[in-house]
Design a protein around this ligand. Sequence first.
Ligand code: DGL
Length: 277
Amino acid sequence: MDNIKSYKPIGVFDSGFGGLTVLKEIVKQMPQYDYLYLGDNARAPYGSRSFETVYEYTLECVTHLFDMGCELVILACNTASAKALRTIQQKDLPRIAPNKRVLGVIRPTTEIIGNYTKTGSVGVLGTSGTVSSGSYLVEIEKFFPNLKVYQEACPMWVPLIENNEYQNEGADFFIKKHVTQLMQQQPNIDAIILGCTHYPLIIDKIKQYLPQNVQLLSQGPIVASGLCEYLKRHPEMEAKCSKSQTVSFYTTDLPETFDKAASLFYGEAVKSKHLAL
Ligand code: DGL
């Protein structure tokens, strides 16, 4: 399948496993397409890396996805969306692949966050990189200029999740710490974006430390609906995407290790292949 010229899967990229929470929802909403997932597990996590490094790694992986037939790639990673997307869209695509497209996960989320708050105070939980980029502040301001946005960086969460330690007691210390620190900034917050595609795995733990009225937004269903709308608005791109209902997984690290953890994120068994960078 992979070698056939008409194979034009939708690429879904993440630093590691988190993007699988997005892929799962995309496949649920649009099972007709082919999908190709790439996790850069060998170099994850990206969250605390510099702009230059995240950009360089992301562009390299996107280029591989293009070479494997993708016409459209979703950066199912907030850190990559925050630190690399704009440069790739504005500087690299016109040069390397003017007819291909790369989309992120921040915009679809910021487009709707205003519909979930009554108090006008919203929170964003994300990696250090996503928070320090200020991307959520800039994007929310465009759609909902009256909202007050409070952010909290949670640098330990992705390593705890990637190392499958998130169900253990030690994880609770860090989850409580950051949720409490966010709510201390503004106790009125009533809607929070899980601004990292890894965080849906700990959503129940996060909820434990929040008042009941606070809504938590996971990106998977939001990004999936956003992609569905995008494909309706861009029939030329929709026509290019092949429709044989396959889902293939690649990792830059060991497939056996990837497969073990991946099923937790994807919700079903995963069989990946290695991609050498
Ligand atoms: N899933 C990535 C995100 O959404 C995790 C980043 C990381 O690798 O630290 O930001």
